[in-house]
Design a protein around this ligand. Sequence first.
Ligand SMILES: NC(=O)N[C@@H](O)C(=O)O
Ligand code: NI
Length: 165
Amino acid sequence: MKEDRLIRTEPLTGAAFAPFGDVLEATGPADKIINQGRCGRFHDRAQLAFADGRAGISLFQAEPRDLPLGLDMMERHPEGSQAFLPMSADPFLVIVAEDAGARPGTPRAFLTQPGQGVNYHRGTWHGVLTPLHPPGLFAVVDRIGAGANLEEFWFDEPYTVDASP
Ligand SMILES: NC(=O)N[C@@H](O)C(=O)O
Ligand code: NI
């Protein structure tokens, strides 16, 4: 494998992920304290889009993968955002890329911390859901609607995603 096809994982932070979407995490002070002081609300933390459709919540039960991981395809949803909210406290892999003219640029791979979810903004190139541990169960908030909302790009030469040393 050529060195330029190796993608090393980075820790997921809101700042690093900002060009691609939102990180959902209950860190720092809550925006609102509700429920008689017993609950912190981290309010309205994602930019959602469901063009000509509506929001839906689905459950994804995905097969856990191992690192190093071959990456041969990335996809995007031109009509809507897509949020992945883990239903377990296990890290998962988030692979994204800037647009490089109707194709992904060099991918970046982020490793989540337990308690983090992500929301891909409308049109963000991303790898498919990639849990690293069972059960691989996620709530997914994305667009339900008519028309095509999935664009795939297959790399001529796959990348390899691996943990940082
Ligand atoms: N195709 C589908 O519903 N899932 C993908 O969009 C994905 O990002 O995993
Ligand atoms: Ni997707």
